[in-house]
Structure formats: structure tokens, C-alpha cells
Design a protein around this ligand. Structure first.
Ligand SMILES: C[S@@+](CC[C@H](N)C(=O)[O-])C[C@H]1O[C@@H](n2cnc3c(N)ncnc32)[C@H](O)[C@@H]1O
Length: 279
């Protein structure tokens, strides 16, 4: 019914009646949640290659219509299709989402799947993803176990590598919105010598043009000016008000740190970026 590892539904992305693509429908819970925000026929398009999954999803959406006055089954259109070859036109959706699907893909297929999402998004459109990640070494035997990958366990990769795949496709802005404990793979139950800790992340990748000096990746870092003046202006688009934390992307955090000033404090990553600030 629900086999995601975080949420991809965030009101921040869903103003202005967006057309939403959801790949890997599962039981359909997030399709229903997305349709709450746009409520028009075909506003949410769900794609999945598994006929049985589409049937289950359809049944749940019909039940949702019976039980929710606001919801109409035709708000969601289900399409038989594949993440690797999306049955959608170029630049046709405002928001694209997937939850606990892309981690099953190995490198080449992950690049294809991300490339497809990039293709169908309108300029400045948003790709919202939730997947497991892990900083621990995943043994090859587990990594190549299709069943464990399908269970969203052994395809987990380090978070930075996951972000690199996204920016490598050309998404110019990335927001790491949440990072939470998810699962543990223990030697007693799995073919591993040591405990593997898995987290789940929620990320929004925006189809902004790639800046010449590299992507803007927001991981929750902030800069705080605590000098003698009312504010500090770095002359590069960033104004730090006195003792007011300003969310900055990692690139800007580094550049401000490199100024070597004694009156600017740069925080670490919180992994809970919730908008605002400046790249
Ligand atoms: C782990 S479930 C996640 C379901 C849902 N996103 C959720 O959060 O509950 C993976 C889903 O992706 C679908 N799927 C598997 N391979 C796919 C592919 N190549 N393209 C699109 N969907 C796929 C499965 O049928 C299933 O519905």
C-alpha cells in the first residue's frame, strides 16, 4: 500500500495548480496526496510498468473517491510505462516525483531514469525524490541481490554520490530537505560482517540552468554575521543581517568561509533545508 521511505509531497512545490508526474505508483497514497493540491482531471499522472500495481493503485483511488468528498478518481491518470522511457512529452510537467524506486537502479539505469525526469520537466520544474542512502560499505553480494534492491535496502549509496548523480544530469539547484534514520542490516540477518546503517533522504532537484561555478546544493548550512555593522554585503548577492542566520548553499558557505573573516560564522549541514536564503 505504501512502500516509500520518506515523503515527496511538499506544499512548497505545489502552488499554482501544477501538473505532477509520479513514477512508481505503489498503492497510490502519494498520488492521492498530490491531487489534494491541484484537484482537476489528469493533474497527477502516475506511471508504472507493473499491471498488478496499477490495478491495486486504481482500486485504492476508487476507494479514496468514495471516502473523500474532495477527491475525484479522474484527478489521477494512470499510465502503463517505464521510468527508463517515460510516456510523456518533453517539458510537460511542473513537478516530478519518485519515492523508493530509483535506488533499485544501478549507475547506468539511474542516469537514464534521472535524465528522463529532467527531459519531461518544464524549465525550473522540480524533481522530488526520496530514497535510502548509506555511508557504510555495502558488500557486493548484497548490492547485486535484486530482491534486496527491490526492498529498497541494498541499493543505498552515500548521500554525496546520490547528489552527484542528480547534479551530473544537469539540475542546477538541489535542496536536501530531510535525512532520517531508516533501517539497519545486521550480520545476523544479512551477508555482512558489520552493521550497515541506512538513512532515508528527501531531496528536491530544480531544473535551473547549471551555474558556471557548479550547482547550488543546499544542505542546511547557514552564515551568521556578528560584526560591528548592521549587515555584511559580500558584493556577490549575499547580504547577512546582523546576527540573523542566512541559509546558504554549500558553495557560498565555502566562499564566505574562504574570506577568512572573524565576524562570520558558518554552520555545518543540518540536512533539513526548508527554503529561503540565497545561493
Ligand atoms: C518500492 S515501490 C514504491 C511505491 C511508491 N512510490 C511508494 O512510495 O509507496 C516501487 C514502485 O516502482 C514500480 N516500478 C518498478 N520498476 C519500475 C520502472 N522501471 N519504472 C517505473 N516504475 C517501476 C513498482 O511497480 C512499484 O510500484
Amino acid at each position: 500500500m505504501n512502500y516509500g521511505c520518506g515523503s515527496t509531497v511538499n506544499p512548497r512545490d505545489l502552488g499554482q495548480n501544477p501538473t505532477v508526474l509520479y513514477v512508481g505508483v505503489g498503492g497510490g497514497m502519494e498520488l492521492l496526496q498530490f491531487s489534494y493540491f491541484n484537484r482537476r482531471p489528469g493533474a497527477v499522472i502516475g506511471v508504472d510498468p507493473v499491471a498488478r500495481m496499477l490495478d491495486v493503485c486504481d482500486g485504492n483511488l476508487r476507494q479514496a473517491e468514495r471516502e473523500n468528498n474532495w477527491f475525484k478518481r479522474d484527478f489521477v491518470e494512470l499510465r502503463n510505462g517505464d521510468a527508463l522511457q517515460l510516456p510523456l512529452e518533453d517539458e510537460s510537467v511542473d513537478v516530478a516525483a519518485q519515492n523508493c524506486l530509483f535506488n533499485i537502479f544501478k549507475k547506468e539505469l539511474l542516469e537514464v531514469a534521472l535524465g528522463e525526469m529532467h527531459r519531461v520537466l518544464k524549465p525550473h520544474g522540480r524533481l522530488v525524490l526520496s530514497d535510502p542512502t548509506s555511508e557504510d560499505l555495502m558488500p557486493e553480494s548484497l548490492r547485486n541481490d535484486d530482491r534486496l534492491r527491490a526492498l529498497c535496502l541494498s541499493g543505498a549509496m552515500p548521500l554525496q554520490q546520490y547528489i552527484d548523480f542528480i547534479t551530473g544530469i544537469g539540475f542546477g539547484t538541489v535542496e536536501v530537505r530531510a535525512r532520517r534514520p531508516y533501517r539497519v542490516l545486521a550480520p545476523e540477518q544479512y551477508d555482512t560482517d558489520s552493521v550497515i546503517f541506512i538513512e532515508s533522504v528527501e531531496i528536491c532537484a530544480i531544473k535551473d540552468p547549471m551555474p558556471a561555478d557548479g550547482p547550488c546544493v543546499f544542505t542546511g548550512k547557514h552564515a551568521i554575521y556578528y560584526g560591528e555593522e548592521a549587515y555584511f554585503d559580500d558584493g556577490n548577492g549575499h547580504t547577512l543581517l546582523h546576527n540573523q542566520p542566512l541559509a546558504v548553499c554549500d558553495k557560498t558557505a565555502k566562499a564566505l568561509g574562504n574570506l577568512g573573516r572573524k565576524d562570520i560564522y558558518i554552520t555545518g549541514s543540518t540536512w533539513f533545508y526548508d527554503g529561503g536564503g540565497c545561493c
